[in-house]
Design a protein around this ligand. Structure first.
Ligand SMILES: Nc1nc2c(ncn2[C@@H]2O[C@H](COP(=O)(O)O[C@H]3[C@@H](O)[C@H](n4cnc5c(=O)[nH]c(N)nc54)O[C@@H]3COP(=O)(O)O)[C@@H](O)[C@H]2O)c(=O)[nH]1
Length: 658
């Protein structure tokens, strides 16, 4: 992440390349121009011929040897220095050749009328010059620069001696290399604007790239923000917290640094959210995050890991005391009422704390410990904190967690009822259904009632769950009757706690009234073990139910109480033979005897029998032989949701059991 922050254009490889290219292009053009210019100059020097002065009389009367001698004389006379001229013969040969050419020029020149413009003359002469070689041109130039000039001096000297003057013609001509000139012109006219244009384009390109790069950086930052930060509170999210905690673990291993890991959960947040609305819930989360932030240092790290849960990493926590002080401070700040959109919201948090490296050096374990400690706080009353303690055993903690989930499931109404049909063995008729609760948890999937019902009983949560089951059954009964065309009974499982509470009768009565259900369509199932204590009160309660028309069945019969004496006193209608006896009823004589014993006992007390867990035709046949009254089990149907159970063709089942 820091790389990105520091990243500039200078570090961008594409921009770097472009810069290098632009500079390269400019340097290249400069070199080309420089070379071209030098080349031009050289050619111009060699090929431009400036005939400074031409004296007609020289060409006609010139005697070179004499002229050179005169020149030598004149210069030494004028400047007082002797002039040494090497090999005048050789020079004379050269000059003769050149003069021959010049004579040619001159002849041409003489053929031309003097009235012609200098421009036209130049043109004519240029045509001649073009036929000269570069070496000849150089020689002419050298000659004209020195000898001609000197010759003129000589000529002037002669004139001076003769006292007359000679007609002089001043002619200036030059040969221009059009290609070179054109190149120079192109260089100037096109090259410079081109360079300017290229530079402009490069600059514009660089600016564009800078803009795109800045945009990309922004986008990158935005993506990064989403990936690492919580959109609501702007706090680091779970991912970033993980990275911090992992580097804290490394630091701790390297330098022996100590840290505190907090798991913070807002108490009853869902209730606040549901009752006051999500907007207020969101604002509350922001408010809480601010309050927690005000309790910690900038080196500590607070993260929202989802929903109403926060993780906090405290740096340099040498001992419990420091973490304790921070936890107390957080709790104190959070419990102060918050005014959100005009509502006074009272909230508290539960905090679990674990210490790095004392408790663990492992990321997941640290979080798990802090989480477990936090759940413990929740279970024992919330609005507090707890350090992880190895005595918190996993089962207890798991239960605490499940309890929290169960509470939340009750609040959300996350349960469903499934129904399992029961049949009369003799008539093969559908006689009713057993209602069985189902709970699907997003994290754990289906949680069996074997797991959560005992916990619900232990924690008192069964009151709410039981009430929900009764209400739901009453809602569904008329649908079941309508679809099955039978006057069925639905058996509801009642827990010990419910049976100790007169609320049960009231709830059943009210539900029947509200949903216009006849109590005669309801059966309650209780277990033997529920009847061990306070039998008189329970007897009374069951009697009240029976008086309403609700029948009573003893569930799991044969697995619990050792004495059957209670049976004769209690208002009971049915004994359900436990599935464990039915399971091996065909193979194990003892199970067969128990089953037949229960059936005989029931019949002797004018009670009906229902065999649970019938899975095979053999089991059904045997139970029929033993005169068992009713049965239920996978042989007929598994417990199914209402929508499926009403679509079963019960006539078909009846025929298949024949
Ligand atoms: N207080 C409440 N207790 C409830 C409620 N709903 C269920 N329960 C109790 O939970 C225990 C487990 O129930 P469950 O997992 O639903 O299992 C039931 C059936 O699915 C299962 N069954 C039925 N037929 C068969 C079969 O052929 N084979 C087979 N392997 N299992 C079968 O048996 C359970 C029925 O048990 P019982 O109640 O004893 O008749 C269980 O003790 C439920 O009572 C509730 O709403 N409240």
């Amino acid at each position: 992440m820091s790389d990105v922050k520091e990243a500039g254009i200078a570090k961008d490889p594409t921009l770097k390349l472009l810069y290098a290219l632009s500079i390269g292009v400019v340097i290249f053009i400069a070199i080309v121009l420089f070379v071209l210019d030098g080349f031009n100059q050289q050619l111009r020097q060699q090929q431009d011929v400036i005939l400074n002065y031409y004296d007609k009389s020289i060409a006609e009367t010139f005697n070179l040897t004499e002229a050179l001698q005169a020149l030598k004389f004149e210069l030494s006379a004028n400047y007082g220095r002797p002039i040494h001229i090497d090999s005048p013969q050789k020079k004379a040969e050269q000059l003769k050749r050149i003069l021959h050419k010049i004579n040619l020029l001159q002849q041409r020149y003489q053929q031309l009328k003097f009235q012609q413009s200098v421009k036209r003359l130049n043109k004519q002469i240029n045509q001649v010059i073009e036929n000269l070689s570069r070496g000849e041109l150089q020689e002419i130039r050298r000659y004209l620069d020195s000898a001609m000039h000197s010759a003129r001096q000589i000529n002037l000297l002669h004139q001076h001696e003769r006292g007359n003057s000679t007609e002089q013609h001043y002619i200036e001509f030059s040969r221009v290399d059009s290609v070179i000139e054109a190149a120079t012109l192109i260089t100037v006219l096109i090259g410079l604007p081109l360079i300017a244009y290229i530079l402009f384009r490069v600059k514009a390109g660089v600016q564009q790239l800078q803009y795109v790069h800045a945009k990309l950086l922004d986008t990158h930052k935005e993506v990064e923000r989403h990936a690492y930060y919580d959109a609501l509170t702007q706090l680091p999210n779970r991912r970033l917290f993980k990275e911090y905690l992992e580097s804290a673990i490394e630091n701790s291993a390297r330098n022996g640094e100590t840290y505190g890991v907090f798991y913070i959960d807002i108490d009853n947040f869902k209730r606040i959210n549901d009752s006051l609305g999500h907007d207020i819930g969101d604002e509350l989360l922001i408010e809480i995050s601010q309050r927690i932030l005000s309790c910690i240092r900038s080196t500590d790290m607070l993260s929202r890991i989802g929903g109403d849960e926060f993780n906090l990493l405290l740096v340099n926590v040498e001992n419990d005391l420091k973490a304790r002080q921070i936890a107390e401070k957080i709790i104190e700040k959070i419990t102060k009422p918050a005014i959100i959109q005009g509502h006074e919201v009272n909230v508290s948090v539960s905090i679990g704390i674990t210490l790095l490296p004392d408790d663990s050096r492992d990321f997941s374990t640290l979080l798990k410990y802090a989480d477990l400690a936090m759940y413990h706080v929740k279970a024992v009353g919330k609005n507090s904190f707890k350090f992880f303690d190895k005595t918190l055993n996993d089962n207890a903690i798991a239960n605490l967690k499940l309890e929290q989930k169960l509470k939340s499931a009750i609040e959300r109404g996350a349960f469903e009822l499934h129904y399992q049909p029961q049949f009369d063995i003799k008539t093969k008729r559908l006689i009713g259904f057993e209602a069985l609760i189902r709970w699907y948890d997003d994290e754990q999937g289906n949680i069996s009632p074997v797991v959560f019902i005992p916990l619900a009983e232990a924690t008192g949560l069964i009151d709410k769950i039981g009430k929900w089951v009764i209400t739901q059954v009453c809602k569904d009964i008329n649908t079941l009757i309508a679809h099955t065309h039978a006057n069925i009974r639905v058996a509801i499982n009642i827990s010990t706690r419910q049976l100790c509470n007169t609320e049960l009768v009231k709830t059943l009565k009210e539900s029947c009234e509200v949903h216009q259900v006849s109590p005669t369509n309801i059966e309650v199932e209780i277990t033997e073990s529920m009847l061990m204590d306070d039998i008189d009160e329970k007897k009374q309660l069951l009697q009240s139910l029976q008086n309403m028309g609700i029948t009573v069945a003893i569930d799991d019969f044969g697995t619990g109480y050792s004495s059957f004496s209670y049976l004769k006193d209690l208002p009971v209608n049915t004994l359900k033979i436990d599935r464990t006896f039915i399971q091996h009823v065909c193979e194990q004589v003892k199970d067969e005897e128990i089953a037949s014993g229960i059936i005989a006992l029931a019949h002797s007390l004018q009670l009906k029998t229902v065999a649970e867990g019938v899975e095979t035709q053999e089991q059904l046949s045997l139970l029929a032989q033993q005169s068992c009254d009713c049965c239920q089990g996978y042989l007929f149907s598994k417990p199914l949701p209402l929508i499926d159970i009403v679509n079963i063709n019960y006539d078909g089942i009846r025929q298949s059991t024949n």
